[in-house]
Design a protein around this ligand. Structure first.
Ligand SMILES: [Zn+2]
Length: 116
């Protein structure tokens, strides 16, 4: 698995012109969703979460949501890969989403976490 290539190319186009997830080769789903008001919030993904996001590039960004809330109040279109989103959400729901990836995780994915 070569995850860093997804940083520059998270999607590919099928022979019929559909946008596919570059990793899972399934069509992205586009739905009506919500996003935050523009703000200066900085989203910082660290360690394991950064690795999972790099390997699953078509997740729903932290400033977007499928549900309208006080925070996510501006209508927007969200395109995502359900498999990527599931993987990223599963890591976020784990006990320690910012744990250090093992050397094997880093070797297997090609994503090397610089802890300096
Ligand atoms: Zn995907």
């Amino acid at each position: 698995m070569n995850c860093p290539k997804y940083i520059t190319q998270p999607t590919v186009t099928s022979s019929t012109g559909q946008t596919l997830c570059a990793r899972h080769h399934i069509p992205l789903v586009t739905v009506n969703g919500w996003k935050e008001r523009p703000s200066a919030t900085i989203y910082d993904s660290v360690y394991m979460q950064a690795l999972v996001e790099t390997c699953n590039p078509n997740f729903i960004f932290p400033w977007e949501s499928l549900r309208r809330t006080a925070r996510y109040c501006i209508p927007t279109k969200i395109s995502y890969c359900p498999v990527c989103q599931k993987a990223v959400a599963a890591n976020l729901a784990s006990l320690n989403p910012t744990r250090s990836p093992s050397w094997w995780d880093q070797l297997r994915t090609g994503v090397h976490i610089n802890k300096n």
